[in-house]
Design a protein around this ligand. Structure first.
Ligand SMILES: *[C@@H]1O[C@H](CO)[C@@H](O)[C@H](O)[C@H]1NC(C)=O
Ligand SMILES: *[C@@H]1O[C@H](CO)[C@@H](O)[C@H](O)[C@H]1NC(C)=O
Ligand SMILES: *[C@@H]1O[C@H](CO)[C@@H](O)[C@H](O)[C@H]1NC(C)=O
Ligand SMILES: *[C@@H]1O[C@H](CO)[C@@H](O)[C@H](O)[C@H]1NC(C)=O
Length: 265
């Protein structure tokens, strides 16, 4: 039989129809959700067990919104920046410029404090410290001013913190510090009754405390397990839920060890 041009067209039309009417493209059948609420979920994050990096297993939970679980609580994830490898979370129990709440320590697991610690541009402001606080004495050098701001500004600018100097008629000591300080010394050791945290502190020159962003920005990094190669081949990175070995998920019925189209099992 000879292929005439019209036969070729019919053949092409048929294959087009077959492609168009395939109910689901095979990629959509990979058992990993790619969004949670309005947050895109890509490697190394995963909200279904076996998806994303095994290091993040059991830390994330999607119940309408994305939540990050640590020993000190469950934090709502506000955004993830995949380029800068950062994630912003908000602790509704934390004091901010507009609301005073009892201190709620941020506690991470040992693994979390290595693979997803607060970013260097997240500053913890310890407020209403006693004069015996270690950060006013032996560990004075852990306190610093950032982008031209000192912690005293919060007493004067924030409704939530005005109460501290109303009572004493002078401002009690305070300290701006990094995550390591609150990691190694709890608020009880630090002897400060309240704290807040501010993100993007490098951009706050000339901006007053009312306009700062209160929250916690975390910088994540997970060891490279060759996910890029899997992704380039059209797969989604995950792991075997028993061995926690990397799996490249190619379709609902195909997993590969490294990349799609090879090493199927
Ligand atoms: C998932 O997040 C919700 C958020 O409110 C929380 O109530 C629930 O306990 C979380 N589950 C796990 C397994 O972390
Ligand atoms: C500030 O700290 C003192 C103890 O140093 C405490 O008695 C006082 O209640 C604290 N102020 C507020 C508003 O919590
Ligand atoms: C921070 O700024 C305040 C007010 O300008 C100043 O009194 C204080 O000494 C500064 N602290 C440090 C550690 O530089
Ligand atoms: C592929 O791997 C994922 C994650 O471990 C698993 O949930 C899924 O059942 C696997 N699929 C096949 C076909 O083995």
């Amino acid at each position: 039989m000879k292929f005439t041009p019209s036969l070729l067209i019919i053949f092409n039309l048929t294959s087009l129809l077959v492609l168009t009417f395939q109910p689901f493209p095979s990629l959509a059948l990979v058992p990993c959700r790619t969004t949670c609420g309005n947050i895109p979920i890509n490697y190394p994050f995963g909200v279904d067990d076996g998806c994303g990096a095994p290091q993040f297993r059991h830390m994330f939970n999607c119940t309408n919104d994305l939540f990050f679980t640590t020993p000190s609580g469950i934090y709502k994830v506000q955004s993830i920046n995949y380029l800068k490898q950062t994630m912003v979370v908000y602790d509704p129990a934390m004091s901010t410029c507009s609301i005073l709440q009892p201190h709620h320590d941020l506690v991470l697991t040992d693994i979390q404090s290595v693979i997803i610690p607060p970013s260097p541009d997240t500053i913890f402001v310890l407020l209403n410290c006693s004069i015996d606080s270690p950060v006013l004495n032996h560990y004075k050098n852990l306190c610093f001013n950032f982008s031209g701001h000192s912690c005293e500004e919060l007493y004067a600018s924030c409704n939530a913190f005005r109460v501290f100097h109303l009572l004493t008629n002078s401002s009690p000591p305070c300290c701006c510090t990094g995550y390591d300080t609150v990691k190694f010394m709890t608020m009880n050791i630090l002897d400060c009754t309240h704290y807040t945290s501010v993100i993007n502190t490098d951009d706050l020159k000339g901006v007053g405390p009312l306009d700062w962003t209160y929250g916690i920005k975390l910088s994540y990094s997970v060891p490279d397990t060759g996910c890029e190669r899997c992704r380039r081949s059209g797969g989604a990175c995950g792991f075997d839920t028993e061995t926690e070995m990397m799996v490249c998920m190619c379709s609902s019925s195909t997993n590969a060890t490294r990349e799609c189209g090879k090493n199927k099992f």
